[in-house]
Design a protein around this ligand. Structure first.
Ligand SMILES: *[C@@H]1O[C@H](CO)[C@@H](O)[C@H](O)[C@H]1NC(C)=O
Ligand SMILES: *[C@@H]1O[C@H](CO)[C@@H](O)[C@H](O)[C@H]1NC(C)=O
Ligand SMILES: *[C@@H]1O[C@H](CO)[C@@H](O)[C@H](O)[C@H]1NC(C)=O
Ligand SMILES: CC(=O)N[C@H]1CO[C@H](CO)[C@@H](O)[C@@H]1O
Length: 360
C-alpha cells in the first residue's frame, strides 16, 4: 500500500478508514446526536489530519503552541515554568499509573482534550487538536527525514544531530537511532521554545533545556504499519483493543503507540521518554491519532462500545492478580489541569466533559 502524493482531506482519511470500516451506520449518528442533545454538545470541535490544515492554520497552530510555552505556569507541578510545562508535568507525575492499564486510552483522551482547550482558551487557536496519521508517511516510501510533518516551515521541525551513547542506556534495544541532540530547525528550536521539565523525572525542579529528537526510522517503519491497525480493529472488546494498542514495553510485538514514540524519540528524544514525552509538541498529534483509532473502533458499534471499558487498575495486572479492573465509575484526574471525572464522562467525546469528533 502506497499513499504518495495525497493532499486532500477526503483522500487522507482513506488510509485508515478502509481498515476501520465498515460502519458509520445511521445508528451511530443517532447515538451521538442523542448525547449532543442531552449534553449541549451541538457543535463538536472537528479534529483534522495535520496535512489537511491550510498553510495559515498550520502557522496559527504552531504559534499557539509557542504561546502556551510562554504563558506563566499555574504550578500544576513545582518545576513548571509555563502552562506547556504544566501539561508535561502532570503526565510525568502520573506516568506510573496511566500506562499498561485499562484507563490508558481514556486518560490520554482527557489529557489531549484539556491541552486542546488550553490552546483555544489561552492562545487563540480556533480549530480542533490536529492528529498525525503516521500510516500515510510510513507507507509512502519517503525517507523519514523528509516526512512533511517534520518540515521546518509547515511542520514541527526535524531531527537532532547525532549524539553517541553508551549502549547500556538503550535498554529497549532501539534500532537505527540517528539523532539525540536539540532539534535544529522549525518552530521548536531552543531560541523559540524551552522546556523546564526533563530529562530527569523530578517535576519539582526547573531545568530549562531544548527539545531533543532521535529519529529511529527502522522502529517507525516496522511498527507504524496497517497490519497492527487491522489487528486492533478486529478486537471485539475494549480490553483486547486497548491492550493491543499499548502492546508491550518491547519491540518483539509490533505496536503503533511505541512506534510513534520511539520512532521519533529514539533513546534521547523527549517523545521517547515515557515520563516526559509531552515535551515534544508532536506528542499531542500522535496521541490524537491513537485516540482517533479508538474512536473509529467505537463507531463500529457505538451503543455497546461507548460503554465498554475494562483492563487493569494496576499496571500490567492483566489477570487481576492484584488490583481489579476499571469500570465506567473509575475516576481519573489531571491534577490542577482538570477535575476528577469517571470514565463514563470520557468514553464518548461528544458527551460528558468533552465535545469533539474526528473528520474521519
Ligand atoms: C533515510 O535517509 C538516511 C539519511 O540520509 C539514511 O541513512 C537512511 O538509510 C534512509 N532510509 C531509507 C529507508 O532509505
Ligand atoms: C517533589 O515535591 C513533593 C512535595 O511537594 C514531594 O512529595 C516529592 O517527593 C518531591 N519529589 C522529588 C523527586 O523530590
Ligand atoms: C479483570 O479482567 C481480567 C481479564 O479480562 C479477568 O480475567 C478478571 O476476572 C477480571 N477481574 C475482575 C475482578 O473482574
Ligand atoms: C484473583 C484476584 O486477585 N482478584 C482480585 C481482583 O481485584 C479485586 C479488586 O481489587 C480484588 O478484590 C480481587 O481479590
Amino acid at each position: 500500500m502506497k499513499f504518495i502524493g495525497f493532499t486532500s482531506a477526503a483522500v487522507l482519511c482513506l488510509s485508515t478508514l478502509s481498515i476501520a470500516s465498515p460502519i458509520a451506520s445511521p445508528e451511530s449518528s443517532d447515538i451521538s446526536s442523542a448525547s449532543r442533545d442531552s449534553n449541549g454538545c451541538r457543535e463538536p470541535i472537528v479534529r483534522k489530519e495535520w496535512r489537511s490544515l491550510t498553510k495559515n492554520e498550520k502557522k496559527k497552530y504552531l504559534a499557539a503552541v509557542q504561546c502556551l510555552a510562554k504563558k506563566k505556569s499555574i504550578n500544576a507541578v513545582p518545576g513548571a515554568d509555563s502552562i506547556y510545562d504544566d501539561f508535561q508535568g502532570v503526565h510525568s507525575s502520573q506516568t506510573p499509573n496511566i500506562h499498561f492499564v485499562g484507563h490508558f486510552l481514556p486518560w490520554h483522551r482527557y489529557f489531549v482534550s484539556a491541552y486542546e482547550k488550553a490552546l483555544r482558551e489561552e492562545c487563540g487557536w480556533t480549530g480542533g487538536q490536529p492528529y498525525w496519521d503516521w500510516l500515510i508517511d510510513s507507507q509512502s516510501g519517503i525517507n523519514m527525514t523528509s516526512w512533511s510533518i517534520f518540515d521546518p516551515k509547515t511542520g514541527f521541525g526535524g531531527n537532532g544531530p547525532f549524539v553517541e551513547i553508551d549502549e547500556s542506556l538503550n535498554f529497549l534495544g532501539i534500532d537505527g537511532r540517528t539523532g539525540g541532540g536539540c532539534v535544529q530547525d522549525g518552530p521548536f528550536t531552543f531560541d523559540k521554545f524551552k522546556l523546564s521539565l526533563g530529562p530527569s523525572h523530578d517535576v519539582n525542579v526547573s531545568n530549562p533545556h531544548c527539545l531533543t529528537r532521535d529519529f529511529a526510522e527502522p522502529i517507525a517503519l516496522t511498527n507504524l504499519v496497517p497490519e497492527v491497525i487491522e489487528e486492533m480493529m478486529s478486537k471485539t472488546t475494549y480490553g483486547a483493543f486497548a491492550r493491543r494498542t499499548e502492546g508491550e514495553p518491547s519491540f518483539d510485538v509490533k505496536n503503533v503507540h511505541g512506534g510513534g514514540h520511539f520512532g521519533v524519540g529514539g533513546v534521547l528524544g523527549a517523545i521517547g521518554d515515557a515520563y516526559n514525552s509531552p515535551g515534544d509538541p508532536l506528542f499531542y498529534l500522535h496521541h490524537a491519532n491513537l485516540d482517533r483509532i479508538w474512536w473509529q473502533w467505537q463507531q463500529k458499534d457505538p451503543k455497546r462500545r461507548y460503554k465498554d471499558v475494562s483492563g487493569p487498575i494496576v499496571p500490567f495486572d492483566y489477570t487481576n492478580l492484584s488490583g481489579g479492573n476499571v469500570t465506567l465509575d473509575f475516576t481519573i484526574n489531571l491534577g490542577k489541569l482538570g477535575k476528577s471525572v469517571p470514565l463514563s464522562e470520557v468514553v464518548n467525546p461528544e458527551s460528558g466533559t468533552m465535545c469533539f469528533k474526528y473528520d474521519c
